[in-house]
Design a protein around this ligand. Structure first.
Ligand SMILES: [Zn+2]
Length: 321
């Protein structure tokens, strides 16, 4: 199969042509216009046309088009519903627009679900029932159970970052309190560190960031932990505890063969997955933990591959009727 993938991100849109083995023939990225879906997608269609030609194909040789988008979105109507970073995209019919341009089957899922499908089709735990966790600014999951994506009744199935871990916890961007993402989302975690520093907490994290609180990220926190900074170690301890709690819930609920984790885990090394795994037995049965591989993703180009995987999954679902 020849597939066109369109990965819509808050800052960039990535287009690629690939096949069912996850081989990418050609790809190109350009900035997303957060204020105008129409403008960005018009340009995307032009670039896609160029890529199809560059791959030595014609539009009719493209079997399907997959679109990976931020959520919340609607996979049936193929549109983004409302997303804070793409104001001009709310309720724009992305799928219809692309289908009109190319007259090929178009399938759309949110980015976490797409990444779950990509891990299932191409990753180190290919073919296994797995949960992919995005672990970057926010936390979302792509859940594959019994070989099927669990998108839920209205595409909210993988919104695990908003599972409540403590009603008395910090306020989350979604309006609830104590969500997993409020503790462990990359942005929220850095915001909490900044707030503590503003209140006078002494920590070498600030020094690692060159004295500029805006530059505080996980890399600076890890450097401070390795230097033995007491505040950073204590903060990280809470982070790991909340991670173990939430992953424990997923283990109890789904008993997956693998949990594959994105950005923060990829860069976290020995500070992240091994520490978290040690604490999971408090939150999940050992018999479930023992059979689950918990690993950082090794897929490069996960955004592009997610869009390609969405196209493949769409074709498979169509065939099943
Ligand atoms: Zn929330």
């Amino acid at each position: 199969m020849n597939l066109l993938g369109i990965d819509i991100g808050g800052t960039k849109i990535a287009l690629s042509i690939g096949n069912e083995r996850g081989e990418l023939f050609v790809d190109q990225r350009f900035p997303t216009d957060p204020g105008s879906a129409q403008k960005t997608l018009t340009r995307a269609a032009e670039v896609a046309g160029e890529l199809i030609a560059k791959a030595g194909l014609t539009v009719n040789q493209i079997d399907a088009i997959g679109i990976s988008s931020p959520g919340p979105m609607c996979s049936k109507r193929r549109m983004i519903l409302q997303t804070p970073n793409l104001k001009g995209w709310d309720h724009f019919k992305v799928g219809d627009f692309i289908e009109d341009k190319f007259k090929r089957p178009v399938f759309m899922q949110n980015d976490a679900n797409g990444a779950g499908l990509a891990e299932y089709m191409f990753g180190a735990c290919k073919g296994k029932d797995l949960i992919y966790l995005t672990m970057s600014t926010g936390i979302g999951a792509g859940i594959i159970a019994n070989g099927q994506l669990v998108a839920g009744t209205n595409d909210l199935g993988g919104e695990v970052g908003h599972m409540t871990l403590d009603l008395n916890g910090p306020l989350c961007g979604c309006g609830k309190t104590g969500c997993w993402e409020a503790y462990c989302g990359g942005k929220n975690f850095a915001d909490q560190v900044r707030a503590d520093i503003a209140c006078g907490v002494q920590t070498s994290i600030l020094k690692e960031a060159g004295g500029d609180p805006a530059k505080i990220g996980m890399q600076e926190v890890r450097a401070a932990i390795r230097a033995g900074d007491a505040y950073a170690c204590k903060k990280w301890d809470v982070f790991i505890e909340k991670m173990a709690h939430a992953v424990g819930i997923l283990l109890q609920a789904f008993n997956p063969e693998a949990i594959i984790m994105g950005t923060l885990a990829i860069h976290g090394g020995d500070l992240f997955i091994p520490q978290m795994r040690d604490r999971i037995p408090k939150y999940a049965w050992k018999s479930s933990l023992d059979v689950c591989r918990i690993e950082a993703s090794v897929l490069n180009n996960i955004g592009e591959l997610s869009a390609i995987a969405i196209a493949i999954d769409g074709v498979c679902q169509l065939k099943k009727g």
